[in-house]
Each structure stands twice: as C-alpha cells, then as structure tokens.
Design a protein. Structure first.
Length: 297
C-alpha cells in the first residue's frame, strides 16, 4: 500500500466533469448492470451520528465507501457528511486508490438524478425549482443543465441568505413553494423529515427528483404526489428498505419502476401524471464513477 494514490476534490473535478459522470452512470445501466447485486448499505449508530459502509462489486471493479453522518456538525461549521472511498484491484483485492468520498458523492448523486431527468423530464423543460441550498442543490443545478436547456432556476431554502447566495452563484433567483406549480423539474435536496410542499401543485408531466434521504422514517414528498405519480427508483428492493418517501406513502413493489427499465426503453410513461424519481444513493454509482476517475488518472 506504499504510495497509495490520493485523489482529492480538486483532482476529481479535473478528471471528470458532471456531464461525464452522467454518461458514466447511464452507460453502466445500458450495459446491463444489476442494481440489486450490491449488499444493503450498512448503517452503524455511534455516539454522535452514524457510520455508513457501502461496498460494491460490478463492472469488473471493486470498491467501498466509508462515510460518517454527524448531524451536530452543522452547528460547528463542519460538514454533516464526511467520507473516503477505497478502490481495489478486482482480482487481487489490493487497494489501488483512495478518493475524497464527499467529492465523489457530490458528483455521482446529481449525475444519477440527471440520468433520470434525461429520460423523465419534458424535452423542452426550462423551469427548474430546487429545494435546498447546500452542495447537493448546487450540484443538481449543474447536472440538470447538462441534460436540459434550463432557462429559469429558482432556489427555495429555509436559510434565505444561503438560498440567495446559491441563486446568485447559479444565475437564478430565490423563490417559494408556489413556484412548484410552474416548474418543469423540481429537485428536493434537503435534510427535511416532512414533505416540502403540497403534491397537488406539481403539474402533469413534470419531473420531481428527491435525493435528500436514505432513511425509511423521513420524506420530502407527500403521499398525494407519490400516489399520483409514476414513481421511478434506482432499485425496488433498496427503495422498499430505505426510501421514506415510498415507505410512508404505502407504495408496494408494483408501483415502482426501476430506472434501468426506463433507460433501456422497457417502460414509457404518458403525460397525464407527474414523474417522480426517488433516489437513496447506491454503492454501484460510487463504484462506476470512482473506477472511471481512477482509470483516467
């Protein structure tokens, strides 16, 4: 392990753009990757939060993300989530690289969402509403712009100063829940535990992306929207274990469509209902992006 390469956030950004990451994830799905093959995320409670273990073996690669979630860090001005990623030789299982896990997550999560937007949002979608004002919110603006010609970006956040700062940075404006009614695409990237808006506001044919949580007892979307919508998930089993938006709405497997079926053209939806993509974040996404970054390095 002497001299094991360390790829920090700056190096990761230099090696892979958001658009590249979108294509990497879509290519994996087109190639037939089995989204159910990875073991379930391991969550270990500790005194001040959680430790997460996310291993994956797919696409002739092996890797694992080790992450911590410390809710109290926000009050200290520290990141709520911290992580490191280890990529292994797939045959010898020798560690071959370490990556900044936060930077990797900040890339793959919006990229996964953009794959969904590419296939679920109206072709002419130009109005984007983003709930949240943190790194994932910013990343999702970039990712959606990689697949749609967005003309109007609205940021909705609890902290008005942070929302204004993000809106300025992305050339958008600060808005409110009412903007959902005119949105073509809505992104929810928050730490909320209850629904952010009345699902009746979402128009037929609009695309809603929810990425804020992987816990079964919290949600960003209400039952009204989940029952109206065509609901797409990364993997049905993972959604039924971890997606509070799905679980609290009482949806069963028969109401969930895997994103692989959408990407590969096995399913198409009419425009008479919204399309929801609920993501919990899966280990294969980290692995697909990390392996390509290391290959380029």
């Amino acid at each position: 392990m002497s001299g094991l390469p360390w790829l920090d956030a700056e190096r990761i950004a230099a090696l892979m753009s958001m658009r590249d990451a979108v294509d990497v994830i879509e290519t994996a799905l087109v190639a037939g990757l089995d989204t159910s093959a990875d073991p379930a995320r391991v969550v270990v409670p500790v005194a001040h939060g959680q430790l997460l273990l996310m291993p994956s073996q797919s696409l002739d690669a092996v890797g694992v993300k080790l992450a911590s979630v410390a809710p109290g860090n926000a009050a200290l001005g520290l990141p709520r989530i911290q992580a490191v990623y280890v990529l292994f030789d797939p045959v010898r299982l020798t560690p071959i690289a370490l990556l900044d896990g936060v930077a990797l997550t900040s890339l793959r999560t919006p990229a996964m969402s953009a794959v969904a937007v590419r296939h679920l949002a109206p072709a002419g979608a130009g109005r984007l509403v983003v709930f949240g004002s943190g790194p994932q919110a910013a990343g999702h603006v970039e990712a959606v712009r990689a697949v749609r010609d967005v003309r109007d970006v609205v940021i909705v956040g609890r902290d008005q100063d942070r929302a204004a700062a993000l809106a300025s940075a992305v050339g958008g404006r600060v808005g409110s829940v009412a903007d959902v009614a005119r949105a073509d695409i809505v992104v929810c990237a928050t730490s909320a535990s209850e629904a952010l808006f009345d699902g009746a506001l979402v128009g037929d044919g609009a695309c809603v992306i929810a990425v804020g949580s992987h816990e079964p007892h919290v949600r960003e979307l209400d039952e009204a929207l989940m029952h109206r919508a065509n609901v797409v998930v990364e993997d049905v089993g993972a959604a039924l274990r971890e997606a509070g938006d799905v679980i609290l709405a009482g949806l069963g497997a028969d109401r969930l469509t895997p994103i692989s079926d959408v990407v590969n053209g096995r399913v198409a939806f009419a425009d008479h209902a919204p399309r929801v993509f609920k993501s919990v974040g899966m280990a294969w996404q980290d692995l697909a992006v990390a392996a390509e970054i290391v290959r380029r390095a």
